[in-house]
Write a protein that binds this ligand. Structure first.
Ligand code: GLN
Length: 543
């Protein structure tokens, strides 16, 4: 596989593993994505993968409070939110194969056992589960599409749940030799009373990894204070790692700084050297566009104030991709995002002015079920009547249609069949076309679908295209029986799926910026390509 003409020849896919120790939430996903970005910026083809140690077959059924947002790939996989970081950092689409859970590994092995594939053998964690894990890791590299596969192992070293993954890494290290490398992320706590950074937890977590037969090549120490050379040498000595392979990842105000900091720590350089690349002939990383974005983000002085109205706001990770999309679009417009997270359950027509009176724009979030619906109607009516820019996403668009039917078309009992199955005015319903699909066992409309935009509409102007592809995750749809009445009253259905006739975008003609989308544009916004809908929404908000 010749990637760089006359410069670098990557003949075999290289596998890099990112493990974590001491505690969870250290930002393994960000370190893995940053390393991916730096290698990609040198011209290599990179993909990031996440192995999750939980038993759920995929994160689709997890409550957002448990695990944050469910990210959706183009091929309709409901995935861990780390895949969102990978796409935002690398600007490359991920797929089902980029996220594997223990549940799926076991399901595959048990299916094979039922089919008789193991020919009467006793099915065991080693080798059957570990073989399945290795197959899932190597399948990403097997088609020759990538020079580097970076696999993040979820959980913390020492957990019972991650043992089979670490064992698989041990085996792969042995099989792949120099084409395999292990980066271990740990935490160096600062004891305020002693005014000291402590490396003992790092030493212990490396020991735990070594006990499982895995020697890390590179240690990344997450810290709140700079770690001295002396301390790095001490860690190196205790952990069998070279001093220049002990790096720090210091706390930063924005995750988008991390790749630049890791470049300064020479993470990519050390990785390449350890994997046998010649530094004299390996291209340097081109981080120009990335740096320009980070500078815009950090230098923006004027604020744009956006209210995100949803039912899971106590855990902002539930809206990870939406928040990141707003950050991208604000930075693009040289604004600093001031985000008000508003719990929709607490909103009503009486307190709405107090809660939303000062914001520049309102975003009505996706969601499932009845809780918090009525508050969304209050927020929507306020945005509609006060000409405040408003973006409704998925259930946000559905509530937009119901509010319009109730308060403009005069259908007092308008609702969604998801909320009230007996409603006579089911503005939001499961469409007949969908019913057939759903009856066949699919439970949601998932993944990327095409949408045609009405020429002359706001949506068409924003996208600058007539056909777009956006990702979906929902069961209910705008009920086409009401389309004519909506359009006659000034709510245009400006985006439609030609094949199914499903309405994907609605927009209020007489309003400054009032757009609802049935899909999730947030899954497609990246650092180098902020999403046009978010850019336009922020532009309207600052006008
Ligand atoms: N509850 C809605 C549906 O299933 C919307 C889902 C969502 O917002 N992702 O159609």
């Amino acid at each position: 596989m010749h990637y760089f003409k006359n410069i670098t020849i990557v003949d075999k896919t290289k596998y890099i593993f990112v493990t974590g120790g001491v505690t969870s939430s250290l930002g393994k996903g960000i370190i893995a994505a940053s390393l991916g970005k730096l290698l990609q910026a040198r011209g290599f083809r990179v993909t990031n993968q996440k192995l999750d140690p939980y038993i759920n077959v995929d994160p689709g059924t997890l409550n957002p409070y448990e695990h944050g947002e469910c990210y959706v790939t183009v091929d309709g996989h409901e995935a861990d939110l780390d895949l969102g970081h990978y796409e935002r950092f690398l600007n490359v689409e991920t797929h089902k194969a980029n996220n594997v859970t223990t549940g799926r590994i076991y399901q595959n092995v048990i299916n094979k056992e039922r089919r008789g594939d193991f020919l009467g053998k006793t099915v065991q964690i080693i080798p059957h589960i570990t073989d399945e894990i290795k197959r899932n890791i190597k399948s990403l590299g097997s088609k020759g599409e990538y020079d580097f596969v970076i696999t993040e192992i979820g959980g913390t070293v020492g957990d019972i749940e991650s043992l089979p993954y670490i064992e698989s890494v041990r085996q792969l290290r042995w099989e792949l030799g120099k084409n395999c490398l292990i980066v271990h992320l740990t935490y160096v706590p600062y004891l305020a009373a002693a005014k000291e950074l402590k490396t003992k937890p790092t030493q212990h977590s490396v020991k735990a990894l070594q006990e499982q037969g895995v020697q890390p090549d590179i240690l990344v120490l997450r810290t709140e204070h700079n770690i001295s050379m002396e301390m790095r040498k001490k860690v190196a000595l205790f952990c069998n790692v070279e001093p220049h392979a002990v790096m720090q990842s210091i706390d930063v105000p924005s995750i988008y700084r991390v790749p630049l900091n890791m470049m300064a720590e020479k993470l990519d350089e050390v990785v390449l050297a350890k994997m046998g690349f010649d530094s004299a002939t390996t291209p340097v990383a081109d981080m120009e566009k990335w740096t320009a974005f980070v500078e815009k983000l950090e230098n923006a002085k004027d604020e744009v104030r956006i209210a995100l109205v949803g039912k899971y706001v106590q855990l902002p990770d539930s809206y990870k991709s939406i928040i990141e999309s707003l950050i991208h679009a604000s930075a693009y417009n040289n604004r600093k995002l001031k985000l008000d997270l508003i719990l929709s359950d607490k909103l009503n027509d009486e307190n709405i002015e107090k809660r939303l009176g000062k914001v520049d724009g309102i975003l009505i979030a996706p969601g499932f079920g009845t809780r918090g619906m009525e508050g969304k109607f209050s927020a929507l009516r306020f945005a509609r009547e006060r000409n405040i820019p408003c973006l409704g996403i998925c259930m946000g668009m559905q509530t937009m249609s119901i509010e319009f039917a109730r308060n403009v078309l005069g259908f007092k009992d308008a609702n969604s069949t998801e909320i009230d199955p007996t409603t006579p005015n089911n503005i939001v319903d499961i469409m007949d076309e969908q019913k057939n699909v759903l009856d066949l066992g699919g439970s949601m409309r998932l993944g990327a679908f095409e949408c045609s935009l009405t020429p002359g509409s706001k949506a068409a102007a924003i996208y600058g295209e007539t056909t777009i592809r956006e990702r979906h995750r929902h069961r209910y749809e705008f009920n086409n029986a009401y389309k004519e009445q909506f359009e006659a009253a000034g709510m245009t259905c400006s985006g439609v799926n030609e094949e199914s006739h499903l309405v994907e975008i609605i927009e209020l003609n007489s309003h400054k910026w009032y757009i609802g989308v049935q899909f999730h544009p947030e899954y497609r916004s990246t650092v180098v390509n902020p999403h046009p809908l978010f850019i336009s929404f922020i532009q309207a908000a600052i006008q």
